[in-house]
Design a protein around this ligand. Sequence first.
Ligand code: FNR
Length: 383
Amino acid sequence: NEIYLGGLGGIVPELPMTADGLEKRAKEVLGPAEYAYVAGSASAERTAAANRAAFDRYRIIPRMLRGTTGPGARDLSVEVLGTRLAAPVLTAPIGVLELMHEGGEVIVAEVTKELGIGSVLSTAASSTIEEVGAAAGEWWYQLYWPNDPELARSFVQRAERAGAKAIVVTVDTPTLGWRPQDLELAHLPFLHGKGIANYLSDPVFRAKLPTPPEESEDAMRIAILTWVGLFGNHNLRATDLAHLREWTDLPIAVKGILHPDDARLVVDAGADAVVVSNHGGRQVDGSIAALDALPAVVASVGDRADVLFDSGVRSGADVLIALALGAKAVLYGRPYAYGLGIAGRDGARHALRLLLADFDSALGLSGCANVTDPNRGTIAAVR
Ligand code: FNR
């Protein structure tokens, strides 16, 4: 309404009104390396395309005459992992948001707080856990589990102290996927030191450095090489979740699950939730579209764990379809980063409000009054 009524006064929106429009604008206004960092996926980028195509194979069958369209007729709120959200949406963890806008992570924390939705802070953030915790409303901490257990514990406990409401362990990235767009541009943002703020501010990490990284370029280079050596844990197993359980009382989600047996394994090992995700197609090219993996995971663990979803969400209808297939909430990825890159705080807020308004509209016009209404009968699979 705000936008249509603005049109009466001759006010035309300055920012694009779709996720695709945001991506297009980002390509025009961002530097090629910055754009490629967000847009790029693994290898031939088939999985990134499949993530979108999978949504196109479902259609909503709207129900009429249910009184769900008026103001106040819908309740979009949801409780997930003990966190109350105004809508079933959290921002996906995206590393090094400083490449999009200075203070990117803090801005996203503030904007999501303002909108009443959640945010998930990346381990590879360009701001510290404490800076973001001070600004955020409901937020979760995403852990890239380093191969030093003391450092892993330090990250988790710093996040808990800073107010995180859950720990999201990303298990699909023990090492980065093969990403030609990054490689062609020799664009390794971390190697400019931008993605390691959490490490540089961590006492366990600093104790491993011979000289403080602030001292010289050489000292910074050594810090970065130390980070590279610690980044991922190639030997992580589901049973390691028991350590996480000892380190924190927070709920645990495991992100990057595609196989129903893996979902069962991590829930048996103590995970409270799984995030069905293929990392936006950035890890294993040719892997199953995340949406196509969702029903089997819901069937395997949906009765004893929350199932969340990301990879390919671009509209309100997409959120509705993911919920209809059993997701409790979705993580929204690239579009908010593009918004941030295009217009900073206003752009990030705009990108998120677009999704929320579109979802609210799709829900009501489909005859749903709340987020638990969509189910398999709400959608049809088409060819
Ligand atoms: C990511 N993603 C990601 N995931 C994670 O657990 N930790 C991280 O630091 C990052 N960093 C990151 C950077 C960029 C530029 C992108 C695009 C993605 C994955 C992210 O959380 C999410 O799974 C995907 O973004 C979902 O795909 P779409 O919907 O954005 O295409």
